[in-house]
Design a protein around this ligand. Structure first.
Ligand SMILES: [Zn+2]
Length: 681
């Protein structure tokens, strides 16, 4: 859950799309830094740089049926899954692994998920105790206790619970809530009135109804349950903040005492809730979205206990579907995979089970992963890159014409205070208390959730452990965490095409260098700038600085707003602003660092491309990606990151050095007039 609140480099993949494909690039393609065969030299760089760099690759890599989009990330994810599989297979071969050992846990977790005969045989009985418990609820007063019980095993009706740094006192942990309780991916799926949204709601009701039918309800009950679910979720959506509102840091922070919480939302029995969780002293609580928590009260009042039983049953079915028998699993994929994202085929089971195992025993598998696949010299080279990026970012801050000297002092202090984590954590999570059994996949998934939930509970009121990681080492992603003022690069992303130990510096600075710069600037983007160097929410900008920054941001937002992706659908400049600022800043900072690394010597020309050209080619190839229309539509609405194509075709045209490197002329389709260019960092 915590991952939701980290600022990531790419969107955290949805459960059913997080695995990988059988389509692979050969090792030689992977390590050849720039392969001209992947380009389309017939396209003019200034008309469509994305296709100039990636056209050859895009044409020869149609999206495999088990994907909703397919690009450089997915190729790397795929390689990663093969690596993880070899680890799990090796461990699984040890039939004598001692009960309670890490090997036994990895082996039994994975094998229990692969035993579809057993899973199908058990069917819905795997959750019959939970279904009965819901049926036994007699009054709405009991609701809170049951919600707590479900949250403990990783099912989240109504809202999310987690424990993390107090935004005003970032060294201490407090309880946090976050709005939730929706089956569809976001609030506007319930509130939008366009035709596609209306159709999706119909499809959703259909899906919910089928799931109830699979659970044994007769058709008319299943249908009416589905209508109830949609009505209740719509009521929750109406009191929720939109994705755009949730981007704003202070819109998600409202600290209350337990007494104030009770006043805010009187119809939920908070005493019973905390008691069921085993929390005696709550301390202060960040309720996240104040109006949402207040709004829950009215929704509780409005619906009967029978309706709530229906809602809770739906939450149970929805959260369990992937781990139940194949009929549930298939129905779940048909809606979330095919209908929502346009993905024709589900990924092979081994990839999905491997993904779940790799989440559930994240650092146990991570430890084996880095031993085998993360060379120590990668860490050293990354240290050097980060050091150079930090210097070039500092130099750029000093030279900014729009930032006052007083704010610059604070900005430089924040930059030098950024903690950098590379590869894997210094200390590993201890999984010894987590029980893994050989014969029940869903029990194991729950066990993993209980393990994480108990870790959360143990943090309440305690100092923040700043050494903790929010992603596993095998994750192909990176993040900035504002309350720790830290940038984190798991081992998984330190591979080609991001980080290529065989590549020239130009390509590495264009790829992983920009990722590093991107993460650094998150501490200074439209939201990150609201946190000081200790990670506390505090405004350290002068009013004039903030105004000039916002004016520059607007220029950049407009460029993305104008970028058409599909028919009339454009990128949402406001939704993606933080990520766009980070991409633009990352490019400028990393380009300077690259120049520094040359020490005044000319860069080698390789395959006919200059150093500057290879820097930008290295950047653009990271974003090669084919995407299905439905998935694109979904992401344009939900993803705070712009699509890969826009991440190439918009920011680069603001850079003089890019314009010069590829002789972009003012007549070219993507050219931006000098006066309209955006430079922030
Ligand atoms: Zn980012």
């Amino acid at each position: 859950m915590k991952k939701l609140f980290l600022i990531t480099f790419i969107a955290v993949a949805m459960v059913f799309t997080n695995a990988c494909s059988d389509v692979k690039e050969s090792k030689t393609t992977m390590t050849k830094a720039i392969d001209p065969a992947n380009m389309d030299l017939n396209v003019k760089p200034g008309d469509d740089f994305f296709r100039y760099v990636n056209g050859g690759w895009l044409a020869s890599n149609p999206i495999p049926p088990e994907y909703s989009q397919f690009g450089a990330f997915h190729v790397l994810l795929d390689k990663n899954q093969e690596d993880l599989k070899s680890i799990v297979m090796e461990v699984s071969a040890d039939k004598l692994a001692k009960k309670g050992s890490v090997d036994q846990k990895i082996r039994d977790f994975y094998n229990s998920g692969m035993d579809t005969v057993k899973i199908d045989e058990v069917g819905i009985a795997a959750i019959s105790n939970d279904l009965e418990a819901i049926q036994k609820l007699n009054t709405k007063a009991e609701l809170a206790g049951h919600v707590a019980d479900m949250q403990k095993v990783g099912i989240n009706p109504l809202f999310y619970f987690y424990v993390s740094a107090d935004q005003l006192n970032s060294s201490m942990n407090i309880i946090n809530f976050y709005q939730g309780g929706l089956g569809l991916p976001d609030v506007d799926y319930y509130t939008n009135t366009d035709e596609r949204s209306q159709q999706l709601r119909k499809d959703y009701v259909d899906h919910v109804s089928r799931m109830f039918a699979l659970a044994g309800e007769v058709e008319f009950v299943a249908n009416s349950n589905a209508e109830t679910v949609l009505a209740m979720e719509t009521a929750l959506a109406n009191t929720s903040k939109t994705r755009l509102e949730r981007r704003i840091a202070e819109e998600n922070f409202y600290k209350v005492s337990k007494e104030e919480l009770v006043q805010l939302c009187p119809s939920f029995d908070w005493d019973l809730y905390f008691q069921t969780l085993g929390i005696d002293e709550t301390g202060e609580i960040n309720v996240g979205q104040k109006n949402f928590i207040a709004g829950i009260s009215a929704v509780i009042d409005k619906y009967s206990i029978e309706d709530w039983q229906t809602y809770l049953t739906w939450n149970l079915l929805d959260a369990s579907a992937s781990y139940l028998s194949s009929d549930f699993d298939k129905q779940n994929f048909d809606f979330f995979g095919t209908t929502l994202s346009g993905q024709p085929e589900q990924k092979p089971r081994w990839k999905r089970v491997l993904g779940t195992t790799s989440n559930g025993l994240g650092e146990a598998i991570g430890q084996l992963y880095v031993e085998k696949y993360f060379p120590p010299e990668s860490k050293q080279r990354m240290d050097q890159l980060v050091k150079n990026l930090r210097i070039s970012f500092a130099d750029r801050i000093k030279e900014l014409d729009w930032m006052s000297d007083t704010t610059k002092i604070e900005a430089l202090a924040k930059l030098s205070a950024i903690t950098v984590k590379i590869g894997y954590p210094d200390k590993w999570k201890d999984y010894s208390v987590m029980e893994v059994v050989p014969d029940s996949y869903i029990k194991n998934v729950r066990s993993a959730n209980v393990f994480e939930f108990n870790r959360e509970l143990a943090k309440i009121g305690k100092p923040v452990d700043k050494s903790e990681w929010g992603m596993t080492p095998q994750t192909v992603n990176a993040y900035y965490n504002p309350t720790n003022n830290e940038i984190v690069f798991p081992a998984g992303i330190l591979q080609p095409p991001f980080f290529n130990k065989d590549a020239d510096d130009a390509v590495n600075y264009g790829a992983i260098g920009v990722v590093i710069g991107h993460e650094m600037t998150h501490g200074f983007d439209d939201q990150g700038r609201k946190y000081n160097k200790e990670g506390n929410m505090q405004d350290w900008w002068t009013e004039e600085d903030a105004e000039r920054f916002e004016a520059k941001t607007k220029v950049l937002n407009a460029q993305y707003d104008n970028y058409a992706m599909l028919d009339t659908l454009h990128v949402d400049g406001a939704l993606t602003t933080g990520e766009n600022i980070a991409d633009l800043g990352g490019l400028n900072i990393s380009y300077d660092a690259y120049q520094m690394s040359l020490h005044g010597e000319p860069a080698p020309i390789i395959d006919g491309f200059t150093g500057d050209q290879r820097f930008f080619l290295g950047y653009a190839q990271v974003w090669r990606n084919n995407i299905r229309d439905k998935e694109l539509m979904r992401r344009l609405k939900e993803d705070v990151h712009s699509p890969g194509e826009a991440r190439v075709n918009v920011p680069l045209f603001n850079l003089d050095v890019f314009v010069n490197a590829f002789d972009i002329s003012p007549e070219d389709a993507l050219a931006i007039e000098t006066k309209d260019r955006a430079i922030i960092w």
